[in-house]
Design a protein around this ligand. Sequence first.
Ligand code: FPP
Length: 245
Amino acid sequence: MSSNEEKNIPMPEHIAIIMDGNGRWATKRGLPRTAGHSAGMNALENIVRFCSDSGVKYLTVYAFSTENWKRSKAEVNGIFKIMVLYIKKEIDELDRKNVRMCPVGAWNDIPGAAAKSMQYAVDRTKDNDGLVFNIALNYGGRREIADAFRKIAEEYRAAGKELRPEDIDEDLISKHMYAPDDPDPDLIIRTGGEKRISNFLLWQCAYSEFVYSDVLWPDFGPEQLMDCVKEFNGRHRRFGGLDKK
Ligand code: FPP
């Protein structure tokens, strides 16, 4: 499907995706789990290209959670190797397409080669003003909120100021999130059939629409994405208010 065929369908400004199902995809084929992550990388390539061509402004994907360290060393290392490969393979095209790559999370704690490669992608694309492509890496929603409070306390201490209860409001907390300038996601998609948030964007998802797909991430392409967008477009977002009469 080309983005032209879909050009009359409005796209959400910010789409976030929990890319679930790589492991099951591989197991079903008698392959190691890392083969599922490699296939997941190919799916990601297509989705990023499609979002960039379709006028989506922000795409946030959950690549590695703070809980994913519990997996085997081989699988963890495999995921980071695949990420390095992805950057090597895709960076020229991403840059040409004006995509800005932004890791979100405690990503400095990831293995050195992966952090170096991500830093290269960040530096290379930092002046691009097309699609903002956020990659949640060693990301946890609770960790992000805790990190925000820590940053606030550090700033007050550095300025020699006392942090008073009345200083704390939603705006102050939002400004200390990993990507403070991004709008909250309009649409959060989870593939792979499970229906939970798994510590993803806990602060930002307050008024997001959730769409779940049974398709395993490696099989998820532009057609499946547009099915989710169509479902999203059919929803009435009231942000806690009432429909206008
Ligand atoms: C969840 O599926 C997927 C992950 C934890 C890893 C996602 C990683 C990629 C798509 C690799 C490419 C990443 C980048 C940034 C290029 P799962 O393993 O939990 O699947 P399961 O529920 O079937 O076991």
